[in-house]
Design a protein around this ligand. Structure first.
Ligand code: NAD
Length: 427
């Protein structure tokens, strides 16, 4: 296994030990001893395990796990571990959850554990006929799928439904079969991919076409998690704050540029719990954003309304294909520990908590944005008045007001002193 200097074609790299690989990388990139030691230091997962999880491992990366407090979900208090590198994310959930805790916290539900696998069939001249020929085989298809995973069937999961669509593409019509499978407490990607691959030759033989892709859809719109909560107006700072937040929501609802940032804030919370529990962040993120655009225009994943009593009601609905088994969930010891902190016994319970965290996160972000804006507006307005009251005239008003805002001392006594300094040419 030789390593040529400054070539990325490192022969046998994948067969090296992690230490050997690190040496090779260090030689290539000219890493000093301190950098090599940093990369060689084990985190809370040993390199041997990491080496089995992905390919070409040289090191691990530790991300802080913070625990969100104040979360009450479906009448039960829960501590939520969140893995994130971004500050304020965990604090925002704690603060948001505290403000709706006394009003009952979060109420959640799920649509089920159903995942969709797609089988792409091309090259048929009569796609509508082919579609029906596939639909007629429903029982056979169910049996083929269930034979792929007897353990899943034993656990109460397995094939549930069949959908066949004709998709008109740039390359002509495609007959796309959807296998709808209950994957229970697994995210289910591998499970349904195996079913789609196993079924493919039969689909070809029934239709005379050619199957290309056989893989799950990350638009897991049959695996939705929902959460709702009411924040009493008095608990969040009054009606002005509430209305500012509603306006922030209206902005996100109407404008994809704002919606992307609004939903990114939601995913700050969602992805942090998904990552902490060893689940697939990309799968959840792809599904969430695709779901946000399901009606042809990208929009907010949350809804915000004012109740008859004048309180702020928030709700969220998004695909949450997460598992307690499969992927890294069972393998990564920290992910297992996080699931213990959560105390969940089903994937659906985990999804419900994650949806609640997403809603709390959105509340926190919208409130911060709306109130900071309101305060800034108020401060600027107020500073002008204070400047005028201190005797400022003409251009002095805006200049003095700006000084007061910058110093965060919008006060008459400060204004009087600063105006004197300004006139004396000190300021
Ligand atoms: P998996 O195949 O590791 O485990 C699922 C299997 O576990 C089931 O088939 C079942 O036989 C068994 N099982 C045991 N107890 C179970 C229970 N209580 N409920 C359900 N099944 C149980 O994992 P998976 O969930 O099929 O796949 C998840 C992995 O696939 C993730 O690592 C993900 O990153 C990866 N993946 C994702 C994509 C994608 O999102 N596009 C594509 C391919 C792979």
């Amino acid at each position: 296994m030789s390593i040529s200097n400054l070539t990325s074609r490192i022969s046998g790299f994948h067969r090296m030990s992690t230490a050997e690989r690190l040496e090779a990388v260090a030689a290539f990139s000219g890493l000093d001893d301190a950098t090599r030691a940093q990369l060689a230091a084990p985190g809370n997962i040993d390199t041997h395990l990491a080496d089995h999880m992905i390919e070409n491992v040289v090191a691990t990366l530790s991300i802080p796990i913070g625990v969100a407090t104040n979360m009450r979900v479906d009448g039960k208090d829960v501590l939520v571990p969140m893995a994130t590198e971004e500050s304020s994310v965990v604090a925002a959930v704690c603060n948001s959850a505290r403000q709706c805790y006394d009003a009952g916290g979060f109420t959640t539900s799920v649509s089920g554990n159903l995942m969709i696998a797609q089988v792409q069939l091309v090259g048929v001249t009569d796609p509508e006929n082919a579609r029906l020929r596939i639909l007629e085989r429903r029982d056979e298809i169910a049996a083929i799928c269930d034979r792929c995973d007897p353990m899943l069937v034993q656990l109460g999961g397995g094939f549930r439904d069949l959908e066949v669509r004709v998709v008109n593409s740039r390359g002509g019509p495609m007959v796309v079969t959807h296998l709808i499978v209950d994957t229970r407490d697994a995210m289910g990607a591998n499970t349904v991919n195996t079913m789609a691959e196993t079924l493919a030759p039969s689909v070809e033989s029934w239709t005379g076409g050619k199957v290309f892709l056989r893989i799950l859809s990350n638009l897991a719109d049959r695996r939705l998690a929902r959460a709702r909560a009411v924040w009493p107006a008095e608990a969040i700072g009054g009606e002005a704050v509430r209305d500012g937040m509603i306006s922030a929501y209206h902005f996100a609802e109407a404008d994809p540029y704002r919606a992307a940032t609004h939903n990114k804030g939601i995913m700050n919370g969602v992805s942090a719990v998904v990552l902490a529990t060893g689940n697939d962040t990309r799968a959840v993120e792809a599904g969430a954003h695709a779901y946000a655009a399901r009606n042809g225009r990208y929009t907010s994943l949350t809804n915000w309304e004012v109740t008859a009593e004048g309180h702020l009601a928030g709700s969220i609905e998004l695909p949450l294909p997460v598992g307690l088994v499969g992927g890294a969930t069972k393998i990564h010891p920290t992910a297992r520990a996080c699931l213990k902190i959560l105390g969940v016994s089903t994937a659906a319970e985990l999804a419900r908590i994650i949806a609640a965290v997403g809603l709390a996160q959105n509340f926190g972000a919208m409130k911060a944005l709306a109130t900071t804006g309101i305060q800034k507006g108020h401060m600027a307005l107020h500073a002008n008045n204070v400047a005028i009251a201190a005797g400022a005239v003409g251009e002095e008003v805006a200049k003095l007001a700006a000084i007061l805002v910058e110093r965060r001392q919008v006060r008459q006594d400060v204004a009087t002193v600063e105006l004197e300094r300004m006139r004396a040419g000190v300021a």
